[in-house]
Design a protein around this ligand. Structure first.
Ligand code: ZN
Length: 133
């Protein structure tokens, strides 16, 4: 694995949180993007080599809606950049981590992504992401 790529934060209202984080971080998000397959609207703030991702549910069955219902708003996942996501998925599976998807899927911000079940990672949802070429 390489560096922390971004930290994902679940929010109830993306427009309000964009304003809040713009005040907090002193800059606007560099992009907002809907990921329809995941049922989320996202926005990204560049912070040096890392990013902050805000996620808002677009439908009640979205994983973000379920997360907020259960735990409220807050840190949702940590994403690590990987060079070869398939290789990393195979390595982690062999190490006993539970992958939430067996094939890399299309995520926000031009990435292939895979999530690890928080039960096998001390309660932290981990995302692997590889830049699409
Ligand atoms: Zn993410």
């Amino acid at each position: 694995m390489q560096q922390i790529e971004h930290i994902g934060i679940a929010v109830k209202n993306l427009a309000e949180s964009n304003d809040l984080f713009q005040k907090l971080l002193g800059k606007p998000p560099y992009k907002t993007e809907e990921v329809e397959s995941e049922g989320v609207n996202t926005s990204f703030f560049m912070m040096g080599n890392n990013k902050v991702e805000l996620l808002e549910a677009t439908k009640p069955e979205s994983p973000i809606a379920k997360f907020i219902e259960k735990r409220g708003e807050g840190v949702h996942h940590i994403a690590f950049a990987v060079k070869d996501i398939r290789k990393e998925m195979a390595r982690l599976e062999k190490e006993g981590f539970r992958l939430l998807n067996t094939e890399p899927k299309s995520g926000a911000d031009n990435k292939l992504v895979c999530f690890l079940h928080p039960k096998t990672t001390n309660g932290v949802l981990i995302e692997l992401c590889q830049e699409k070429v």
